[in-house]
Design a protein around this ligand. Structure first.
Ligand code: SAH
Ligand code: SF4
Ligand code: F3S
Length: 463
């Protein structure tokens, strides 16, 4: 390495989209840190600005272009001051648009798809040397191999994500993910367990397994066979220091018996399931190519709740899908009531170029807007009912950070909801038992009643 390369540079990464991107942004920072880039919090302070983009919403690409337009001024100002600033686009818009970004946005020096982040140090050097670089190969195995090397120590924190699977073979007719992230690939159980042990050694207490379709996980087990997510969870539950496990996001088709059994048998697996349904209408589900019915979905929820009573169910919905009639939408409203969601995301359908549904007849915008408002009202009511039902319970809370007000600390309940208590900041990083006494719109309130005990359940009703 020569003298100029050793000079300390600074990188700013802006993250959009899903948790997979959040995880990737950390890996991007790790990869660049090892080649001399210190992470900074503002684009103004950086020599390299990376946008880690998401392509799930309409006009995502347009928004990236206007963001680049704003950053271009920063780049020009820095250039006038004799400092070179590089702009890079990563993530799903990079994968989908590729060369087009270089053509349309002269300020961009580097375009890199989600499977090539391990090559970033090289790609950045090339871009610094004056070439504009586009890298959108699907080299997911190489990416996983790079993840398997020990990552540098990260910022102290107690809950972390761990990617176990990438890509999706489901091809729901509205979704770009199979195109931007490619086919399903799973990491090996050994590699995942090694990363979990490393996280535990860094003080992480809660691990959320990540994948675009996480319960389709089928990684190579220590016995050389394919293991599913259920078996993986049993394996990870044995790692000392990992006190809580979660996984996201799942597809109803892949909720198999072993995974449901894990919810029954593993105390460390939190009683929370994010299981998107998208629509409550069988006609719309078929048009979406979801490959499950409304009854299939409800049956899964019933089985999961039998396995783990009191489970929090979260969902995703799309309203105004092509062909959705008022009767179909009424089925969606009914499923919100039937399931009693603890929380749910809801979106207006937006056509994604290249996906089958994009070419179908679209519903008028006002219809979508009006249905979304009705759905969101129902979801909020459901969330309020769920939260209210927690009052009077004692639940284990993993405290993660100071609260907004002095003397307050904030953590997560087993159901993923934020919990605020007045307590000593020394509790941050530990799990304590909290009596839930009150609810706000988005969080629970309570007071600490004791330490977490291995002999006691994570949730119990107070006498
Ligand atoms: N793999 C996950 C979802 C990934 S995308 C799953 O199968 O559920 C996250 C959410 O974005 C989806 O659940 C869906 O509700 C929403 N979404 C995806 N494509 C969309 C589109 N074209 N229009 C509106 N919402 C969309
Ligand atoms: Fe997209 Fe999820 Fe469907 Fe895969 S399962 S195509 S990621 S919505
Ligand atoms: Fe968006 Fe790509 Fe994630 S499109 S939701 S960043 S997989």
């Amino acid at each position: 390495m020569n003298g100029t390369e050793r000079e300390l540079k600074r990188v700013f990464v802006r993250t959009y989209g899903c948790q997979m991107n959040v995880y990737d942004s950390e890996r991007i920072t790790d990869a660049l840190e090892s080649s001399g880039y210190a992470p900074v919090d503002t684009p103004e302070a950086a020599d390299l600005i990376l946008l880690n983009t998401c392509h799930i919403r309409e006009k995502a690409a347009e928004k990236v272009y206007s963001e680049i337009g704003r950053l271009r001024r920063l780049k020009d100002d820095a250039g006038d001051a004799g400092r070179e600033v590089l702009i890079g686009v990563a993530g799903c818009v990079a994968q989908a648009e590729g060369e087009e970004i270089i053509r349309r946005a002269p300020a961009v020096d580097l375009v890199v798809g989600p499977q090539s982040y391990q090559r970033l140090p090289d790609l950045v050097s090339k871009a610094r040397a004056g070439g504009r670089v586009v890298e959108t190969e699907f080299a997911v195995r190489e990416k996983f191999a790079a993840l398997d090397r020990p990552a540098p120590r990260r910022r102290e924190r107690y809950a972390a994500f761990l990617t176990v699977q990438e890509g999706c073979d489901k091809f729901c007719s509205f979704c770009v993910v199979p195109y931007t992230r490619g086919a399903e690939v799973s990491r090996s159980v050994a590699a995942i367990a090694a990363e979990a042990r490393r996280l535990a050694a860094e003080g992480v207490r809660e691990v959320t397994l990540l994948g675009q379709n996480v319960n389709a996980f089928h990684g190579e087990g220590p016995d050389g066979r394919d293991w599913g997510l259920g078996r993986l969870l049993f394996h990870l539950a044995g790692i000392p220091g990992i006190d809580r496990l979660r996984y996201t996001t799942s597809h109803p088709r892949d909720m198999d018996d072993a995974l449901i059994a894990a919810h029954r048998d593993l105390d460390v697996l939190m009683p929370y399931l994010h299981l998107p349904v998208q629509s409550g209408s069988d006609r719309v589900l078929a048009a979406m190519n979801r490959r499950h019915s409304r009854a299939d979905y409800l049956r899964i929820i019933e089985r999961v709740r039998e396995a783990r009573p009191g489970m929090a169910i979260a969902g995703d919905f799309i309203v105004g899908f092509p062909g959705e009639e008022e009767a179909d939408f009424a089925d969606t409203m009914r499923i919100v009531e039937d399931v009693g969601y603890a929380s749910a995301f809801s979106f207006k359908y937006s056509p994604r170029p290249g996906t089958p549904a994009a070419n179908r007849d679209q519903l008028p915008e006002p219809v979508k807007t009006e249905r979304l408002a009705r759905l969101q009202e129902a979801i909020l009511a459901s969330q309020a009912t769920f939260n209210a039902s927690r009052v009077g319970m004692v639940a284990e809370v993993l405290f993660e950070r100071p609260g907004r007000h002095p003397g307050q600390i904030v953590g997560r309940s087993p159901w993923l909801s934020p919990v605020q208590v007045s307590a000593d900041a020394g509790l941050i990083g530990s799990i304590a038992r909290v009596a839930i006494t009150d609810v706000g719109p988005n969080s629970l309130f309570g007071h600490v009643v004791g330490k977490a005990g291995l002999d006691r359940p994570a949730v119990e009703a107070t006498a």
